[in-house]
Design a protein around this ligand. Structure first.
Ligand code: DGL
Length: 272
């Protein structure tokens, strides 16, 4: 048994796609979430900047003595995991690549696997490498769909939102044309648009949320380590470096329950 909290961070709202699964699977866990909305988007940043931001976010979560940190950001998972592990060697970090690629490799049979991600994630080639490690013959098509991140942060992700609809069609039509068997939503913001993306891709393509797959893997790992918390209902705290009222409003829409958010700004990222 381990009563310490689980930490989760992202550049903003996207990591809630992982937190929501953690909350559903492990209702007794305390969860500390940090969304660095003030510094979003991460996907257009350089590797040195991503390292600084990631280490600052992890340092903040570490101040709560987290038993594990879920790096609910494809961009950081692709570009700064080694750095995080070097800075905080004692923290078990879960990036969003491995569990998601395990799931995708299993359904990579007939058609290709598509990877939709941020610019920095696509540039890194990290998901392609992980997929090829699992299946040497996998056909992988990657595409940056960066415009969706800003839209999500501005609250344009509802299925009837005209800006969201147009952006999903523009970003995902080239991937639909490749008729993939599985589509890895390798940026954690993208599942906010899941109904629109599913409608655009059609029923033959299986959508995989990297945050969700990683939350499942983390839950299994905590169980195997005998490190689950023993309590009926855990406490959740949501921090944002942006506007807490706005974060709480949009977060509640996605999570399906009201939340309150607190503000936290990392000093290290102030001048980036
Ligand atoms: N949600 C993050 C990711 O998974 C970051 C998106 C961004 O800020 O560009 O890549």
């Amino acid at each position: 048994m381990d009563q310490r909290p689980i930490g989760v961070f992202d550049s903003g709202l996207g990591g809630l796609t992982a937190a929501r699964t953690l909350e559903a699977l492990l209702p007794g866990e305390n969860i500390i979430y940090f969304g660095d909305s003030r510094n979003a988007p991460y996907g257009t940043r350089t590797i040195p900047a991503l390292r600084t931001l990631a280490a600052a976010n992890a340092g903040f979560l570490r101040s709560f003595d987290c038993k594990a940190i879920l790096v609910a950001c494809g961009t950081v998972s692709s570009n700064a995991m080694e750095h995080l592990r070097k800075v905080y060697p004692e923290v078990p970090f879960f990036g969003v690549i491995d569990a998601a690629c395990d799931a995708a490799a299993q359904c990579a049979g007939r058609g290709p696997v598509a990877v939709a991600a941020t610019e920095a994630t696509v540039r890194s080639g990290a998901f392609e490498r992980a997929l090829h490690d699992r299946r040497g013959d996998a056909r992988v098509i990657s595409k940056a769909c960066q415009s969706l991140v800003a839209l999500a942060e501005q609250g344009h992700f509802a299925p009837d939102d005209s800006l969201a609809k147009a952006a999903v069609e523009a970003e995902f039509a080239p991937l639909r044309d490749a008729q993939p068997e599985a589509l890895l939503l390798a940026c954690t913001h993208f599942p906010l648009f899941a109904p629109l993306i599913a409608a655009c891709m059609g029923p033959e393509t299986r959508l995989l949320s990297v945050g969700e797959e990683t939350a499942k893997a983390l839950a299994a790992w905590l169980g195997a380590q005998n490190a689950l918390a023993q309590r009926a209902e855990g406490e959740r705290r949501y921090f944002t470096s942006g506007d807490p009222a706005e974060f709480a409003r949009l977060g509640a829409v996605f999570l399906g329950h009201p939340i309150t958010a607190e503000q936290h700004i990392n000093r290290e990222s102030e001048n980036l």
